[in-house]
Design a protein around this ligand. Structure first.
Ligand code: CP
Ligand code: NVA
Length: 310
C-alpha cells in the first residue's frame, strides 16, 4: 500500500489487515498511550473544504502516535490556483512524511499522488471518502461482529462520495448493500461496475431502489448522509424536496431489523435526512462512529508511514 485513495484499490486481505490494526490501536489507546509508532513523522494536511472530524481525528492520531500534523486551510495553498497541483505535491512532499488532502475534484487527489514522493491519503473528494468507510466498517464490526457477510447495509439518500466508498467497502467484505434514493441521484455507472466485480468475488448482493422501504427492508445497518454535499449548496433547496421520502425516521426504521444500527458520517442536517429522534435514539451509533475515524486513520497512517512497525 503506497497511497490510500480508494477502498477499491485494496484487496480484501489488505482491508481486513487494516481493520485488525485499527482494533489493536484502539484497544492500546483505551488502556494507555499508543506506542510512538510514528515518532518524529509528519503529516501535511491540505483542505479545500471545511472539516471537523477529518482534521481533528488526523491531527490527534498523529499526536497519539508520536508525530505531528501540519494543517493548511482552503485559503492558504489554494490548490491549483496559486500554483499547479503537481507543483504543490512536488514541494510539499519534500517537507513531510505523508500528505492528507480533502479536495473537490478527485483528479486533484490522483495528481497529488502521482507527483508526491510520500504517501497520499484521500480525506474526501467529490468522488469518494475512503477514510470514512474504513472507520465505518470498524464501527459495524464493533456493534455487529466480524462476520460482515451476514449483514445488510442500507444507504438512504444521494449516490455520493460516502455512498461510493461504503459500496466498495461492502463489496470487499461480503456485506450486502442496498441504496434508496430518487431518480437522477443514483451512484455512477462506473462505480457500480467496479463494485459488482468485487461483490462477485466476495459474495455481496448489491441493489438500488427508488422505494426507501424496499432499500431498508431487513437492514442491519441504516446509513444516511447530507442530501447536498459540500460544493452543492446551491442545489440544497431542490434536493430537500426530492429527497424528503428518504428521510431516516422512526417509521422508516420499522422495516429494518429490530436491532438495526443507524449511522451518519456527520455533519447531520437534523430534520432533513435524519430526525432528532433517530439521531439521539436507541439505534444511533453516531458518536462512536465519529470517534472511530481517529482509530481507523491511525491504522492507515501506521501502514503508510510506520516503516513496517505494528
Ligand atoms: N465525516 C466527515 O468527514 O466529517 P468532516 O467533514 O467534519 O471532516
Ligand atoms: N457527502 C458529504 C460528506 C461530508 C463528510 C460531503 O461531501 O459534503
Amino acid at each position: 500500500m503506497h497511497h490510500f485513495l480508494s477502498l477499491a484499490d485494496l484487496t480484501a486481505e489488505h482491508l481486513s489487515g487494516l481493520l485488525d490494526l485499527a482494533v489493536d490501536l484502539k484497544n492500546e489507546w483505551k488502556t494507555g498511550p499508543n506506542r510512538p509508532l510514528l515518532g518524529r513523522k509528519t503529516l501535511g494536511m491540505i483542505f479545500q473544504k471545511p472539516s471537523l472530524r477529518t482534521r481533528a481525528s488526523f491531527e490527534m492520531a498523529m499526536l497519539h502516535l508520536g508525530g505531528q500534523a501540519l494543517y493548511f486551510s482552503p485559503f492558504e495553498i489554494q490548490l491549483g490556483e496559486r500554483e499547479s497541483v503537481a507543483d504543490v505535491s512536488r514541494v510539499f512532499s519534500r517537507y513531510v512524511d505523508g500528505i492528507m488532502a480533502r479536495v473537490f475534484g478527485h483528479d486533484d487527489i490522483l495528481t497529488l499522488a502521482e507527483y508526491s514522493s510520500v504517501p497520499v491519503i484521500n480525506g474526501l473528494s467529490d468522488y469518494n471518502h475512503p477514510c470514512q468507510a474504513l472507520s465505518d466498517l470498524l464501527t459495524i464490526i464493533e456493534k455487529k461482529g466480524r462476520d460482515l457477510e451476514y449483514l445488510k447495509l442500507a444507504f438512504l439518500g444521494d449516490g455520493n462520495n460516502v455512498a461510493t466508498s461504503l459500496l466498495f467497502g461492502a463489496a470487499l467484505t461480503g456485506m450486502d448493500f442496498a441504496i434508496g434514493g430518487p431518480p437522477g441521484y443514483e451512484l455512477p455507472a462506473d462505480v457500480w461496475e467496479q463494485a459488482k466485480l468485487l461483490a462477485t468475488e466476495h459474495g455481496s448482493t448489491l441493489s438500488a431502489a427508488h422505494d426507501p422501504t424496499e432499500a431498508v427492508a431487513d437492514a442491519d445497518v441504516v446509513y444516511t448522509d447530507v442530501w447536498a454535499s459540500m460544493g452543492e449548496e446551491e442545489e440544497a433547496e431542490e434536493r430537500a424536496r426530492l429527497f424528503r421520502p428518504y428521510q431516516v425516521n422512526d417509521a422508516l426504521l420499522e422495516g429494518a431489523q429490530p436491532d438495526v444500527i443507524v449511522m451518519h458520517c456527520l455533519p447531520a442536517h437534523r430534520g432533513q435526512e435524519i430526525t432528532d429522534a433517530v439521531c439521539d435514539g436507541p439505534h444511533s451509533v453516531l458518536w462512536d462512529q465519529a470517534e472511530n475515524r481517529m482509530h481507523a486513520q491511525k491504522a492507515i497512517l501506521v501502514r503508510l508511514m510506520g516503516e513496517g512497525q505494528a
